[in-house]
Design a protein around this ligand. Sequence first.
Ligand code: FRU
Length: 531
Amino acid sequence: MRTGTLLISALITLFFACGACSTPGPAAVEPQADQYNETYRPQFHFSPDSMWMNDPNGMVYYQGEYHLFYQHHPNSTVWGPMHWGHAISTDLVHWEHLPIALYPDSLGTIFSGSAVIDWNNSSGLGSRDNPPMVAIFTHHNHALEESGSELFQYQSIAYSLDRGRSWTKYPGNPVIQNPGIRDFRDPKVSWYEKGQKWIMVLAAQDRVLFYSSPDLIHWTRESEFGADAGAHGGVWECPDLFPLELNGEEHWVLLVSINPGGPNGGSATQYFVGDFNGSVFQNANAGTEARWIDYGKDNYAGVTWSDVPSGEDRRLFLGWMSNWQYATRVPTERWRSAMTLPRELRLERDKNGFRLCSTPVEEVKELREERIKLEPGMENRRDIGPVLEGQLPLFEIDLVFAYEPVEGKSPETAVEFGIILESSLHEMVIIGFNTYSKEVFISRMQNSGKFDFSDDFIGMHTAPYLLSGEGEIRFHAFVDLASIELFVDEGALALTEICFPESGFQSISTYSSHESVKLKEGTIYRLKRVW
Ligand code: FRU
């Protein structure tokens, strides 16, 4: 399972022993004349202006704006009474912060949920000419929880008639009372066209429940799913349900976040693919191992946008780029956490069943600045990064490696290769593939930057590479000052990891433990910051 670790530590030792092999890093990042220049501040990812953030909430597109609400504690950099923070974007890349959308009230604080445009005004909360934007969320009542009751989470709604700028809570809240389930939260609502009704999927302890409604106010319980499916190492949270087409056929994808119980520890998001008839979800991947939308440690509570522009037919996803194991302790000062890049989801089918693939949205290409085309070839270690002259070390790295598959050979013949990201202080993170264990990994160890805020942070985090391979693998990675998102083979696998090097990774090199590995093609882009 961990054959790669030895090779990596040998490489690291070798590297430290010959510091001279490294390209000298550029001077530290020039401070910018604005607030987004703090150490570790993401430069092309969304992070809150200040204070605590967790899950993305209420993601909906309306009149040219992508709305992003998020779990927010405006008075502290650690989790506390939850509000919905708010930001908008016209291109999914640049974000504008707006005032807090939803505040706690007498029913409780505002936990995760979703938002929809009620185009037909089924709720009666707006009009056909000005359809309401309706947020459906969990009220969490801390006083009830402390009193020992199990009934402290219930579902409520609020609406906006001015493009999400101001909100009114529905006077008849809650719209779904707690039926006696301790963890009963995170409603995700969508319009089910075939049945002309709203569908809600809700997390309830170790499973999800489905509800339906004609008007977003009156809800009927339809069914449940999951008690005997998927991973169960922790509580189920933040589900999502949506259709995706594959070869002209419609399939339904169910996302379920789970904490703890992720493949590399702590929080992660699993998915199921199957059929949904307006009432019941049937899992077509039944009997297989849990599948994860991302195998890295830092992509949690992700869900998809409602009401994306018609005709585009894209399913757009965003996750919270952290892990409950250490989210409240990461070494940032004015704010905590960032979101992943927005991603487009796609279904594929392989010998193991359905696979949910994700790639960054097209719009991310807007960030490309300098383009460096690489010469094919390979040495044990080869510096491939651009020389930075005061620019921020923000990169998109797109490499295709060719290797000899090792079917049936012994572990000693294992070959390991990949990408080393390194800072001017010799902090490093390694992205790699082991041809024997058939695992892709991100190695985030003691030398990756700050790590001692949690025992659960460092490690070699792996993902099973189930594809046939054919001796070629593509690594497409986005490197911000404090995160790495890796998409393997057009997003068939994703690994997202945060990390805390002092001032980003200024140098990039390829490495290989065997000369048979070749860099077949490669491009690196320097990226622009968005703030
Ligand atoms: C997931 C979660 C949700 C909950 C929210 C509270 O990270 O635990 O289940 O609604 O965070 O902030």
